[in-house]
Write a protein that binds this ligand. Structure first.
Ligand code: NAI
Length: 332
């Protein structure tokens, strides 16, 4: 099949060229998919899109008019796709579920360790020959309560790691899983999780129910000085509410790999530009906030599986074998 791959970076090109043993014709396109870039997919049967590509109604309609029949997401999350429009247009949408739950879970743990022990600040201090410890005080993770919102593939791996540190792990999920229960995770109502947790980690998808799941009311329920870590989707967190919580000391640490308005920022080198997003600009001023630019997935194993699964998804569609890893409205 002829595939237009939007938002292609050098590392995507390398992993897809290696994985493409099926011989699909892949057109690597640097621009993001937007209404303006739809024509670049002319003559293509499939579009391969990433997390910040626009897959709203206007784009989907434009793609179908040009003959596109398949959207192959190279991501697990699919909140950016207008699924109702895709269904109406007869457009199939496939994704790459669970390509490396370890990659994202381990990154979340990395944020926790760095924030708790101020490793991001210590790095800069030592480079300036400042060996003072004042301001770098952390706490033992052992014995602390960690709340996991969403115990799917990533949340389960994250819970296991935190249990290894000797933490008490509590969780909230409409579909509790037996693996978590068997290793000692306690399921609680979300409000109780907020009240009992020293660290709250978000591992649920972005849906209408989880939009701004961390808002002013949730923050008020949490322990004074709580650490919040979000490696899932930016819009799970109301950024203005967390800024207020940070200013008042209600939130002690904040680790983000995702940000609600990240589409205008992440994955690009903007180091010689002025950032116009005042909320983001404020967030990065806090010493107890650590932000990475949607890199939790970024391991060699994950890139390889993303490419291999996407090629397999496209090949299965081409052979008329039905859609592997079809995205449905329920997402389950
Ligand atoms: P998954 O589908 O295996 O698990 C999601 C879990 O969240 C399920 O158990 C589901 O029941 C639960 N859930 C749904 N609604 C909930 C709610 N209202 N409250 C609590 N739990 C709820 O998904 P997986 O693979 O674990 O990924 C989770 C999320 O991580 C993805 O949706 C994606 O947004 C994000 N992600 C981020 C990456 C990054 O690079 N930062 C990379 C990959 C995924």
């Amino acid at each position: 099949m002829r595939i237009a791959m939007f938002s292609s970076k050098p590392y995507d090109i390398e992993s897809f060229q290696l994985a493409n043993t099926a011989g699909h014709e892949i057109i690597f396109l640097e621009p993001k998919l937007t209404p303006a870039t739809v024509p670049l997919a002319g003559d293509c049967d499939a579009v391969c899109a990433f997390v910040n590509d626009d897959l709203g109604a206007t784009v989907l309609e434009g793609l179908v008019e040009q003959g596109v029949r398949l959207i192959a997401l190279r991501s697990a999350g699919f909140n950016h796709v207008d699924l109702a429009t895709a269904r109406r247009l007869g457009l199939s949408v496939v994704r790459v579920p669970g390509y490396s739950p370890h990659a994202v879970a381990e990154h979340a743990v990395g944020l926790i360790l760095a924030l708790n022990r101020n490793i991001h600040r210590a790095y800069n201090r030592v480079r300036e020959h400042n060996f003072a410890l004042t301001g770098l005080l952390g706490f033992d993770l052992h014995g602390r309560t960690v709340g996991v919102i969403g115990t799917g593939q990533i949340g389960t791996e994250f819970a296991k790691i935190m249990l290894g540190f000797g933490c008490r792990v509590v969780a909230s999920d409409p579909y509790p899983n037996d693996t978590c229960r068997s290793v000692g995770v306690e399921y609680l109502h979300r409000h109780d999780l907020f009240e009992q947790s020293d660290i709250v980690a978000l591992h649920c998808p972005l849906t209408s129910e989880t939009y701004h799941i961390i808002d002013a009311a949730a923050i008020e329920r949490m322990r004074e000085g709580v650490m919040i870590v979000n490696t899932s989707r930016g819009a799970l967190v109301d950024a203005s509410a967390v800024i207020d919580g940070l200013k008042r000391g209600r939130i002690g640490h904040l680790g983000l790999d995702v940000y609600e308005e990240e589409a205008d920022l992440f994955f690009e080198d903007l180091s010689d530009r002025v950032v116009h997003d005042d909320v983001f600009a404020r967030l990065i001023t806090f010493p107890n906030v650590l932000i990475t630019g949607h890199q939790a997935f970024f391991t060699i194993e994950a890139l390889t599986r993303i490419a291999e699964t996407t090629i397999a998804n496209v090949s299965a569609f081409e052979r008329g074998e039905g859609e592997l890893h079809l995205v449905t409205d329920s997402g389950r």
